[in-house]
Design a binder for this molecule. Sequence first.
Ligand SMILES: C[S@@+](CC[C@H](N)C(=O)[O-])C[C@H]1O[C@@H](n2cnc3c(N)ncnc32)[C@H](O)[C@@H]1O
Length: 270
Amino acid sequence: MERPAWAPRSIDISVPSVSRIYDFYLGGSHNFEVDREAARKAMEFMPGLPKIMQANRAFMRRAVRFAAAEGIDQFLDIGSGIPTFGNVHEVAAGSRPGSRVVYVDHDPVAVAHSQAVLAGNDDADVVAADLLKPQEILSSPQVERLIDLNRPVALLLVAILHFVEDADDPYGAVAELSDALAPGSLLVLTHASYEGIPLPAERAGGAVDVYKDIRNPLIMRSRDEIARFFEGYDMVEPGLVPMPRWRPEGAPEEEDPYAFSGFAGVGRTA
Ligand SMILES: C[S@@+](CC[C@H](N)C(=O)[O-])C[C@H]1O[C@@H](n2cnc3c(N)ncnc32)[C@H](O)[C@@H]1O
């Protein structure tokens, strides 16, 4: 298989990656046949998967606009993925020019492509780091240069925590990051769940198994388990809800039933 210029030498392009599968669902071009094969296999069980991803992106953009309207001009987006349409730095700058954004991902393709997209942008940067090592993120030169932790920040953990198993203590990582945030900061989060999927759990489980097969298990959590990530935060209205229900903008649209899978919420530090 030929290695395109955007694929770093360090990656094994015969192994599917979560960020490239997601890129495929969103109609992007930074994916390989192995990724598309895994994505199609998951879609045999859950044909509406791309609708879930689109609802996730739409929520994220609304939440960034909400944060900007609240006066927040600094964004730390962990598990940012491969840049696609309507990225956080574009949405933030559109609402609040001069906003600063630091992206974080542990996937080399996501990092390399983010670097390419952000070249020459003094207000945004990317860190190659793991969510499970919060201190590496917080003390990175990129965060030190762009984010003032004495002022409110929007911490985005959008569609990432469901890739972290309980044994790796995702709650501890979120708590450690939250402790570093100034009062008035926001936690913006989405998470996959069997709750809300318009399919019997066994069928949805077939799609979940695809991620297990590629050694990147998808951890479906209940609404209560997801709510625990917001410990210490005050929930912003309307709370933890299916993605299309979080502060929809304009007239309600006819949404695909799949868009109501999983949960989205925003919390504010006291
Ligand atoms: C489904 S994508 C979500 C992208 C973006 N946040 C969005 O919602 O559109 C999940 C991303 O999280 C990244 N990721 C998963 N586990 C991670 C970890 N432990 N540390 C950093 N990034 C991680 C993956 O590489 C992938 O790019």
